[in-house]
Design a protein around this ligand. Structure first.
Ligand code: SF4
Ligand code: SF4
Length: 357
């Protein structure tokens, strides 16, 4: 499912004009539930179930929530229990449905692959994988804006890994690339694409160069900046609101609590998304808090992305979607924090070199 795909220049391709694209979305809707970007506000977008192809917006910059919300909902009931007589516990059934995720950017697909890793470690997270298993993904190329830095983290705009089809906007329509067998089958059944056999000319966006160091070196930088003054500097502006976690494509921490009805006879066990930027997150019995300050929480958030999980998986767990910076009410930029940490690291290295000589 997530094997490394070949470059799109080696793939079969056809052309859809705008009208054929709408017909294709209708065709997809006849096969499964289609989830695609829709306009939410004047300048905001959200992944939603498609009921009308006219409402799908394929030229969007980013959605508010990433697609993880379909595999790990913001709130879900894990158990229903009855305390009347002999206690009974029931697990709500999870509907396994076929879903086609349309218009996904390569970094959001990478986030799903990272979540697959995180949820498969130790004891696999059954609910996530049940919802995830019958998903087909159709990617689309995008124009990076000032907040995207996925390319700086090695995620190409045209990375087709995990997709079945890949769309590239072209004049008056889209180039549609066949990435895998499922994509091939969809195009065969639909049968309306204009085949393109000539060598394709398409423009690749200029690589972004927002980070001051190659992404491969970031875990090494994070080995040296645990006591950096940068954390306190960021904390002076941070409101501790937790938005950055809640819009993040790769954050997965949750809280679990029981709700007992007023009759004290039945209740449910609920799971909700949680945020390590909120003060009570690291609070334990007795009132102790492992991370009572904003600088310690900010540091923890970034170490989860660039060090702790990377040491396990060998991959960075940030995909450069820019959501945390774009939606931060204090306008705190993740790229700026990383660059300041890089500068701090460079200063430390120069200081060490001067001391030795
Ligand atoms: S969204 Fe911004 S202000 Fe809110 S916790 Fe995150 S960094 Fe702080
Ligand atoms: S840390 Fe920010 S840029 Fe990185 S994946 Fe999360 S929201 Fe996106």
């Amino acid at each position: 499912m997530n094997r490394q795909a070949k470059d799109i220049s080696e793939m079969k391709c056809c052309f859809f004009d705008q009208n054929t694209t709408k017909q294709f979305i209708e065709f997809l809707m006849s096969k499964a539930k289609v989830i695609a970007p829709h306009r939410k506000g004047e300048k905001s977008f959200s992944f939603q179930e498609t009921h009308n192809p006219e409402e799908v917006v394929l030229n969007y910059n980013r959605t508010i929530q990433p697609i993880k919300k379909f595999f790990m909902p913001p709130r879900e009931t894990l158990l229903e229990f009855e305390l009347n007589g002999k206690p009974k516990v029931k697990k709500p059934e999870i509907k396994i449905e076929e879903r086609i995720f349309l218009g996904i950017h390569s970094y959001d697909m990478k986030a799903i692959r990272l979540l697959d890793f995180s949820f498969d470690r130790d004891k696999p997270e059954a609910n996530y994988f049940l919802r995830r298993q019958k998903s087909v993904f159709i990617g689309i190329a995008y124009e990076p804006d000032e907040y995207h830095f996925a390319q700086d983290l090695g995620i190409d705009v045209y990375d087709t890994t995990g997709f079945s089809l890949f769309m590239v906007p072209a004049e008056k329509g889209f180039l549609i690339f066949e990435v895998d067998e499922t994509g091939h089958r969809y195009l065969q059944e639909f049968g309306k694409g204009l085949p393109l056999d000539a060598e394709l000319q398409y423009e690749r966006p200029e690589p972004t160069k927002k980070l001051k160091m190659h992404y491969n070196r970031l875990p090494q930088i994070f080995s040296h900046v645990y006591d950096s003054p940068v954390w306190k500097k960021v904390a002076e502006r941070c409101l501790g609101c937790g938005t950055c976690n809640l819009v993040c494509s790769t954050c997965y921490c949750f809280d679990v609590f029981d709700e007992v009805n007023l009759n004290i006879k039945e209740g449910t066990r609920e799971r909700t998304w949680d945020s390590c930027m909120l003060n009570p997150f690291a609070q334990v019995a007795g009132g102790e808090n492992f991370r009572p300050t904003l600088d310690s929480r900010t540091r923890h958030r970034l170490y989860r992305k660039f060090k702790y999980l990377t040491d396990y998986s060998g991959e960075l767990h940030c995909i450069g979607c820019g959501r945390c910076s774009y939606f931060c009410p204090a306008k705190i930029s993740l790229v700026e924090i990383i660059n300041e940490l890089i500068e701090d690291y460079n200063r430390q290295q120069q200081h060490a070199a001067v001391t030795v000589s």
